[in-house]
Design a protein around this ligand. Structure first.
Ligand code: NAD
Length: 299
């Protein structure tokens, strides 16, 4: 009797470290031309989770040999003041990427702010032009989390052509761009969401499941086709046996019994996001200076 092959754990932490090393090596090469990629990060307000993200982004940006320019504004900042800062960053040749940390305070129109960023510096890939380019198959800045998921999938599966992929979640920052990326890889893509009927049945036909929902352990083990590749984007804080725990959108303990490969939470998709932000900043710098782009760091 043939034993089931062991499930592969997709180690995003190790993969992200390799991406950061490749970015750093390329950045070191740019230094010979007197070029240092610069990432400007703008935080409005005191949101504690955002402060942690920003600190980590700053550390990893500097570790890769790039400049990190942090702008922390009080939550009393007006939208006009924020737009004026974005204008200055758009015009600054030392800045190759601009990231406005979301969420913004309630008095601001996040779409208007994001769309004020020069699309060439839109390293988060949230600008309407970036989204439109991705949706129409043009060269785009790709949102970091879906880009990280795609890199993990390519690394595991190689050519994705013809595979059945289900993306659960249709947000503008994860679900929709993920679906467009998989479509561009010639997968047959289904987008499932909160109003989808019989998600379990749809998942059972999928070679690739990407869960980006924000509901702890929504995806059950018996939804997974044997051998499927499961990418769990969800980050959910739950309490279990009196302890605080981070879990994904997939019931990992049971899904691992069927999956061919699966990302853990934490340590799967999470670390890929900042690594891809660094990759996007490097790509933006190369494009701004008409230099060849580093291979394997874009979609
Ligand atoms: P979101 O709330 O914007 O979107 C959630 C989507 O899930 C919606 O499209 C909704 O239709 C769908 N949904 C909700 N309930 C559902 C249900 N019962 N069945 C099927 N679909 C359902 O969330 P988001 O910003 O896309 O993030 C999703 C998750 O990914 C969150 O847990 C978030 O923390 C995590 N996330 C992780 C990273 C990272 O790892 N770096 C980055 C971004 C988001």
């Amino acid at each position: 009797m043939n034993a089931m092959p062991e499930t592969v754990l997709l180690d995003g932490k190790a993969f992200a470290a390799r991406i950061r090393a490749r970015v750093a090596a390329h950045v070191a090469g740019l230094a010979d031309r007197g070029l240092v990629p610069g990432l400007a990060v703008v935080l409005v307000g005191e949101d504690p989770a955002s402060q942690v993200y920003i600190r980590n982004k700053g550390i990893q940006t500097r570790d890769a040999g790039m400049n990190s320019l942090e702008h922390k504004l009080p939550d009393t900042t007006s939208q006009a003041e924020l737009l004026a800062l974005i204008d200055r960053l758009n015009a600054d040749p030392a800045v190759h990427g601009i990231l406005v940390q979301l969420p913004l305070p309630g008095h601001m129109d996040a779409d208007a702010v994001i769309n004020a960023i020069d699309p060439a510096k839109d390293v988060d890939g949230f600008h309407i032009l970036s989204a439109g380019r991705l949706a129409t198959g043009q060269r785009a800045m790709v949102p970091c989390t879906p880009l990280g998921c795609l890199m993990l999938l390519r690394d595991r599966l190689g050519d994705l052509t013809g595979l059945n992929a289900v993306v659960i979640g249709r947000s503008n920052i994860v679900g929709k761009p993920m679906a467009h990326l998989l479509l561009a890889e010639s997968c047959t893509v289904t987008i499932a969401h909160s109003r989808t009927r019989d998600i379990a049945d749809i998942c059972r036909r999928a070679d690739i499941v990407v869960a980006a929902v924000g509901r702890p352990r929504l995806v059950k083990g018996d939804w997974i086709k044997p051998g499927a590749t499961v990418i769990d984007v969800g980050i959910n804080r739950v309490e279990q046996d009196g302890k605080a725990l981070l879990v994904g959108d997939v019931d990992f303990a049971n899904a691992i019994k069927a999956a061919g490969a699966i990302t853990p939470v934490p340590g799967g998709v999470g670390p890929m996001t900042i690594a891809c932000l660094l990759a996007n900043t490097l790509t933006a710098c190369c494009r701004a200076h008409g230099l060849p782009e580093p291979e394997g760091l874009t979609a």
